[in-house]
Design a binder for this molecule. Structure first.
Ligand SMILES: [Zn+2]
Length: 175
């Protein structure tokens, strides 16, 4: 089995910063523990914007600057970064900076490496987790996509549940 864990956007701005979310705060320690115990490669996505964010389509719809490259808000939350740094000594940890919800390069890399199983954790279930889960489904036909529902958080508990249902309908395994 060729397993991959994808940690989606566990950055300060989404947890304690400009788009702080209590739902996200509840999963930080659990994700850090899960990374330490995971047997396989780990890919990490980072939402990445520039100072020009407010002039982008995303900025017009969500007028809250966040994840500006190089700022503290853009960094991975410290507890999870520490787990990733430990993991990097023992295996593959790769970072994917993306300027929108889904990351095409990530989908292409999953297809190229022919991972049998991709497990996903992070935020937000209803925006970037679902975008990347369906992108991987589109790129890698024979890859199982597994969503850890207790290690993901949505904008609200309701939107989290809605996204899990949508991903289940698209043949992701929700565990
Ligand atoms: Zn963003």
């Amino acid at each position: 089995m060729n397993k991959l864990l994808i940690v989606v956007d566990m950055q300060n701005d989404f947890i304690t910063g400009s788009l702080a979310n209590e739902e996200g705060q509840k999963i930080v320690t659990k994700i850090a523990d899960f990374i330490r115990d995971f047997d396989g490669d780990v890919y990490v996505t980072r939402d990445t914007h520039t100072e020009d964010y407010m002039n982008t389509q995303e900025g017009k719809r969500l007028p809250v600057p966040h994840c500006i490259k190089g700022t503290e808000g853009w960094q991975i939350v410290p507890k999870i970064q520490a787990a990733l740094d430990e993991k990097a000594k023992a295996g593959v940890v790769r970072y994917f900076d993306k300027n929108t919800f889904g990351c095409v390069e990530l989908g292409e890399e999953v297809a190229r490496k022919q991972y049998t199983d991709v497990e996903m954790v992070g935020v937000c279930t209803d925006i970037c987790v679902i975008s990347n889960a369906l992108l991987i489904k589109a790129c890698a036909l024979e890859t199982n996509v597994v969503i850890h529902k207790d290690l993901c958080a949505g904008v609200t508990p309701e939107s989290h549940e809605n996204a899990l249902n949508a991903m289940a309908a698209c043949q992701c395994d929700i565990i």
